[in-house]
Design a protein around this ligand. Sequence first.
Ligand code: HEM
Ligand SMILES: *[C@@H]1O[C@H](CO)[C@@H](O)[C@H](O)[C@H]1NC(C)=O
Length: 607
Amino acid sequence: MKTQAQFPSYRIRLLHDVWRILVLPTISCYAFLRLADVPLGWLSPLCYSCFLVAWGYAKGIYYDRIHASRAAEMNARMVPRAKGRLPGNVDVLFKMMKAFRTSYVLDVYRELFEEHQSSVLNLRILWKDQIITMDEAHAKFVLSTGFEHFWRGRAQKERMETFLGQGIFNRDDDMWKMHRSFTRPFFARERISDFDTFERHTSRALAILSTHSFSTHPIEVQDLFARFSLDAASSFLFGATLDTLSHPLPLPSSTSSPTTASATPLPTTQSDATASAFRTFTAGFESAQRIATTRARLGHYFWPLAELFEDKSLAAQRDIRRWLDPLVERALAERCVVEGEEKAGEEEEERKTFLQHLVDSTEDKTLIRDQLLNVLLASRDTTACLLTFTTYLLALHPDVMVRLRTEVLDRCGSSRTPTWDDVRAMKYLRAVLNETLRLFPPVPLNVRESRAAPCTLPRPAHPYTGDTGAPYYMPPETVIMYFPLLIQRDPVLWGPDADAFDPDRWIDPARLAKFTGNPMMFTPFSAGPRICLGQNYALNEVSFFLVRLLQRFDGVSLAPDAQPAESRPPAEWKARPGRQAHERVWPAAAITLFVKGGLWVRFHQAP
Ligand code: HEM
Ligand SMILES: *[C@@H]1O[C@H](CO)[C@@H](O)[C@H](O)[C@H]1NC(C)=O
């Protein structure tokens, strides 16, 4: 493994952009005014402004022509443009900014598709092409059949560079391939079904739930699940138990409402230095995710302006490294010792943590740290999100709760530790998880960028306009956003009850056939060469946890009394289409999906 060159600073890129956008027209304008013999007196600022606008339009027309002729050569048509009311579609931009604060998750996009009666659109905000699609034919092309035409892209990498660095999420091509082929074997069956580790962390989490349920206190489980999943992942990855479950939990209706999966409150107990470095790590980890989300929302041109004098991610990066670096250094040092001794046997190889596995292949500290952090990010909030929304849906559907509990008790009894075979045998459990992942995919939207050569997007599968026309032209070096959440709730694909939580759709053969005939309509773990590596690990962990939970508790209900007021679903949602009319919590999207203000519930202990 080798270190790749650092990504150039966003400030340099911004300068380059300013040069491109302003300097050339300015010089041209000056030359034009001189040549045309226009006196450069009081009129020139006006002339200059007009010239700039005309330049922008001319450039737009020029590029439109080029793209139109390329599209014609490829027998493709242009993606329909979002029709805003103001120049540069700035009204669409403002609407989206507002929607992030007030609307149901992704509803603003659903509305745009509906308004334009098209499953693919070019938002074209500030004259910059940006494709959004809710068509499963396009998702399939981007992720799988047309994989080579796309990459994560420079814009995304730039936003994440100080956080994810050279890890698997933040790289393409050779570096990504290297990470992928190297990480993959680690997810072998023996390792991902390490039920002893699951048991250790599960019993801690359940002990906390039990304490609360005795006193019928409401408890915030999103935060609890985030800690559970972080503790389990850290055992799996570093072999170190972080034990975040031992820190104090948030209090009901506390004034600080979490904005990510777990805004872990900084506890004041425990004084030892590692614990405090770890708490700073968690805070840094969360703050880095928030910064990445804000940058994505501000967009490619505006976020570098907002951070012109201060790279906001550096503080988070420092806190992350303070805790992670010593861990990596220790592993590297220990490796040297082992090397002196005999070569490790196969069994020992099997017991190695991901960190030990990494230090065997490279001495590059940065690379090891970045990769650890990437896999930690991949695993923590996604797994916690699945547990959170399963709990939410079980609270809304007591009948499903009863049926699932019956399956658990029939198979494992009320106290036996579940095995891998048990988990595989429980079909209803898997149906409940699939149905939760369908309605609340932990990664609800995702982004790619087309490479330097233009290509075409296949004809939409979605019959929005009864579309039977030509494929669409995909402009080069352009962002494309797709929405698993919208695809997985599309009535055209799933039928009129698409918004309803009904695990039976995964059991009834006639309904299941719809999905087996078109697997792209359900991709919570993505698809193609970059499909999730941790899928089975996550499903094992969550299944194990739920079996243990249902052995002990026979009921769960929402605790709206504890929900922070500003995180209750707004009244105007009641009149809107889809799930939002009935939703009892506020699902929101950062890098992953989460419940605004946390999920407050009461569990009922089984007699
Ligand atoms: C319910 C839980 C999970 C869900 C829904 C989920 C979903 C996803 C999705 C949608 C992607 C694709 C992201 C993209 O390409 O932009 C992904 C990638 C990935 N996931 Fe997961 N994930 C989960 C749990 C895990 C866990 C527990 C691990 C590891 C312990 C993990 C490791 C990875 C890795 C390493 C990648 C990157 C693969 C690549 O880029 O080649 N995931 N996951
Ligand atoms: C759940 O979804 C997966 C696809 O991710 C599918 O292969 C499996 O058959 C489904 N199982 C059940 C029981 O719903």
